[in-house]
Ligand binder design. Structure first.
Ligand SMILES: Cc1cc2nc3c(=O)[nH]c(=O)nc-3n(C[C@H](O)[C@H](O)[C@H](O)COP(=O)(O)OP(=O)(O)OC[C@H]3O[C@@H](n4cnc5c(N)ncnc54)[C@H](O)[C@@H]3O)c2cc1C
Length: 297
């Protein structure tokens, strides 16, 4: 019977007959996969989409996101499926097993993601952005940054975002004004405002790790002078426990015509000059690094 979301027969035609994904299983990192595995994964994705995510489609839009006393809440109906989605490993399905992912071929995951996205795209944005931001730390972060941030993002315990856009810098991202000042201990003081940040604040996770584009003091204008910083909502102690709030305040959420279950936030970094970020990758390589995430989005 049709699942009402995606035609699975069409998906299998594209995967096996058009793309020939089974050729990937001949050798190399996917050699333990079989066609039966792919069929099984599609079946499990279909169950997750139809039984857990789809029931939140209309309800999530009706409940919407709320912003009270400086705290954003995601639609209440998202909480239970978010837990199940992460427990089943769908949030990091195509990340490497060494980093905590499921190691699924990207083409197979995208077929599964088509089901999830059709069931409720605003819901999927929360784990999707976290996987994307965590992926930047997996690829460009130090071992210490991976243990401190990525591990908990990949389990779904913490969320993640991409912070590019500012009130005066949308398409022209090189015009951004968010600043980073080097501190004696090697960390950076972050100051600036980002807007339209998807999953910018919510209560699905206990912390939110922002990937923030900013310009280090003295660096050139335009995109060549932009660096990328890991900026947690709540500071993280060396032992991994949560510390003090990191002076990242939500200014507001957008009241949109659609995808109302997705929290689109204005975030103010460092209004009290107490927002600390860690450089991710090389100085002035921020745009190139961020494109890894944008290309996955
Ligand atoms: C629902 C939603 C979620 C978002 N989530 C995120 C997020 O998670 N993180 C994030 O950083 N940003 C996010 N954004 C912001 C998004 O990336 C920006 O809206 C986008 O970059 C465009 O910027 P802008 O809105 O300032 O529009 P502008 O840049 O002002 O563009 C307005 C119009 O002018 C056109 N235009 C711009 N420049 C030119 C030009 N040189 N020549 C011709 N036409 C031009 C554009 O095509 C557009 O039609 C989100 C936006 C929305 C709506």
């Amino acid at each position: 019977m049709s699942n009402g979301l995606v035609n699975i027969r069409d998906q299998k035609f594209v995967l096996f007959e058009q793309l020939g994904v089974d050729k990937l299983f001949a050798k190399g990192k996917y050699q333990d996969y079989t066609v039966e595995d792919v069929n099984m994964l599609l079946g499990e994705a279909e169950k997750m989409a139809v039984n857990e995510i789809l029931p939140t489609y209309s309800l999530g839009d009706q409940q919407g996101c709320t912003f009270e006393d400086g705290q954003v809440k995601a639609p209440p109906c998202f909480h239970e499926p978010y837990k199940k989605f992460c427990e089943a490993g769908w949030n990091v399905a195509y990340r490497s097993p060494e980093a905590g992912g499921q190691g699924m071929p990207l083409s197979v995951f995208y077929a599964c993601a088509e089901l999830f996205n059709a069931a409720n795209f605003p819901f999927v944005m929360y784990p999707g952005l976290t996987c994307g931001a965590g992926g930047l730390i997996e690829k460009y972060g130090t071992e210490a940054q991976q243990r401190k941030y990525m591990d908990k993002m990949y389990t779904g315990q913490w969320g993640g975002t991409m912070c590019l856009t500012e009130p005066g810098a949308g398409s022209d991202v090189g015009a951004l004004k968010t600043r980073a000042k080097l501190l004696p201990d090697g960390s950076y003081q972050i100051t600036g405002t980002k807007c339209f940040i998807s999953s910018g604040d919510h209560d699905l996770t206990e912390n939110n790790i922002h990937a923030v584009l900013a310009r280090i003091e003295g660096d050139p204008p335009g995109t060549d002078g932009i660096s990328l910083f890991i900026v947690p909502k709540i500071k993280v102690n060396d032992d991994g426990s949560l510390g003090d709030p990191n002076d990242v305040l939500t200014g507001n959420i957008e009241h949109k015509m659609g995808i109302k279950g997705s929290a689109t936030c204005t975030l103010n970094f460092g209004e009290e000059e107490n927002c600390i970020g860690e450089l991710l990758g090389e100085e002035r390589a921020g745009m190139a690094i961020m494109f890894n995430m944008m290309n996955e989005a």
